[in-house]
Design a binder for this molecule. Structure first.
Ligand SMILES: [Zn+2]
Length: 278
């Protein structure tokens, strides 16, 4: 990210949007080719520490938009892009050095360590029974510096019209709501551009992403980032993407998959962005 910002200063810059519980910088790349009040697309990765294909895919998209920008001129003219690859830097570091399958952040609460950042957002937040759980939602909504940094940046940028959070694994493009089995009133409108994305992904090398709500495809959960983006921040087009695979390697996807997964995801996000009615 620092290389991209240093090499292409007219197109992108690194913004430190906050600090993690252990004091690491939370770094976002904002990509804009000029012009006022353009709609923006937000992409974050790494809210869950062990889902390594997520930060890798976010940086792949950064490279496409910046270094290979000549291939995507219209998408840069139409949109600003805010891309945060490592939303949970403490957890990410911990998976690199201590426990590859750690999921939460590393904030210490009495006898427990870590909060599930994708349960800590303040829309339909729910308290957990016990802080040792893998999906501990924290003592209160937005108790965590990582989720507050995302919240504050998004609320300060009213031009964000689409929110995408990258997770793994299971190959799904998930549509809100996550907290209930009811669908939002505009479900069909937000389904359509996601359908275009999933179709485009399949054409690359046959990878099939299921499309639907968490209640249909997985399980309901409360306090997720996409529910907050849609329910509180007013971003209609909010999604969570579960990247490959479907379980053969699971979280420990081989590094040989970084480029193919990034490429097909970027193909899908391009189709998505081109079909947004903005
Ligand atoms: Zn996840």
């Amino acid at each position: 990210m620092d290389y991209l910002a240093g090499t292409f200063p007219n197109l992108c810059r690194v913004e430190v949007i906050g600090k993690s519980a252990e004091g690491r910088k939370i770094k976002l790349l904002s990509i804009t080719s000029g012009g006022d009040n353009k709609p923006a697309i937000w992409i974050d990765g790494g809210l869950h520490a062990r889902e390594w294909i997520s930060p890798a895919s976010a940086t792949y998209i950064q490279q496409q938009l910046v270094e290979l920008r000549d291939n995507h001129e219209q998408l840069l003219q139409k949109y600003d892009w805010y891309i945060l690859p490592v939303a949970n830097p403490d957890g990410y570091e911990y998976t690199r050095n201590k426990d590859r399958l750690w999921r939460k952040s590393r904030h210490r609460y009495q006898s427990c360590v870590g909060v599930d950042l994708n349960r800590n957002f303040g829309y339909q937040w729910k308290s957990s029974r016990g802080c040792r759980r893998e999906d501990y939602s924290g003592p209160s909504p937005f108790s965590e510096p990582e989720t507050r940094a995302i919240r504050d940046y998004i609320l300060a940028h009213k031009n964000i019209k689409a929110y995408i959070s990258l997770h793994s694994y299971s190959q799904m493009w998930l549509i809100p709501w996550g907290y209930t089995d009811e669908k939002p009133k505009d479900y069909y409108e937000i389904y359509l551009p996601a359908e275009k994305a999933v179709e485009a992904i399949k054409k690359v090398r046959g990878t099939e992403y299921l499309l639907g709500t968490p209640a249909e495809l997985l399980y309901t959960s409360q306090g997720s980032s996409d529910d907050w983006a849609k329910g509180s921040a007013g971003i209609d087009y909010a999604y969570t993407i579960e990247l490959p695979d479907t379980g053969d390697y699971g979280f420990v996807l081989p590094s040989s998959q970084i480029k193919p997964v990034g490429h097909e995801l970027w193909t899908g996000i391009k189709a998505f962005a081109e079909s947004l009615p903005l």
